[in-house]
Write a protein that binds this ligand. Structure first.
Ligand code: E4P
Length: 217
């Protein structure tokens, strides 16, 4: 399973990239707003920090406008992935970009039929939003499972990028279902390593080791 981080905060991205565990980055207009920085500047910096796909989202609502914006964004770096909304216009733009070999991430997916359309439009990634479905009392993980089955039934190459992840259990459950990628907020991603028994065990080992008076180097 690939791990993307869902943020436009370059300090968090730097820290996570240094672990070697990061496969890509996703951003959206809200995350750009939160960064307080000009979009093109922050996206360019992120593209230098990670080798994998960096999703940059268009904001036009018609395919022609989306494609114009995509041209600008693609010029930033080779690892740009164009993020498009799950609308008919977004799917039209997706097909054009896919035919040109540009990576695409179709976002704001809330149903299996939407995911089916994105795969038919040649999307590189489909982003089903788990947390926002949970927020309205719909089981977000069921959507991931449905998409997995549909894509496997037909051999679609579109990767399932589980998005709107809120908890460590979301990550584990998406991995069990077989999502290809999870895009995770920085704090949740860093939190995956935590276990109280690891901390307790390490503390005991350190204490016993100190009692031996030895050193390895
Ligand atoms: C995905 O690409 C989105 O940026 C993100 O996962 C949305 O998450 P949220 O529902 O927590 O805003």
């Amino acid at each position: 399973m690939k791990f993307f981080v869902d943020t436009a905060d370059t300090n968090d991205i730097k820290e996570l990239a240094a672990t070697g565990l990061l496969d890509g980055v996703t951003t959206n207009p809200s995350l750009i707003m939160k960064s307080g920085r000009p979009m093109k500047e922050v996206i360019a910096e992120i593209c230098e920090l990670v080798d994998g796909p960096v999703s940059a989202e268009v904001v036009a609502t018609d395919a022609e406008g989306m494609l114009k914006e995509a041209e600008e964004l693609i010029a930033i770096a080779d690892n740009i992935c164009i993020k498009l909304p799950l609308t008919l216009e977004g799917l039209k733009a997706c097909r054009v970009l896919a035919n040109k070999g540009v990576q695409t991430n179709v976002t704001l997916c809330f149903s299996a039929n939407q995911a089916l359309l994105a795969a038919k439009a040649g999307a590189t990634f489909i982003s089903p939003f788990i947390g926002r479905l949970d927020d309205i009392n719909v089981e977000g993980l069921d959507l991931i499972a449905e998409i997995r089955q549909i894509y496997d039934n037909y051999g679609f190459g579109t990767e399932i990028l589980a998005a709107s992840i809120r908890t460590a259990n979301h990550v584990k459950d998406c991995a069990l279902i077989g999502a290809d990628v999870a895009t995770i907020p920085p704090a949740t991603l860093k939190g995956l390593v935590k276990h109280p028994l690891t901390d307790k065990g390490l503390e005991a080992f350190m204490k016993d080791w100190a009692a031996t008076g030895q050193s390895i180097v």
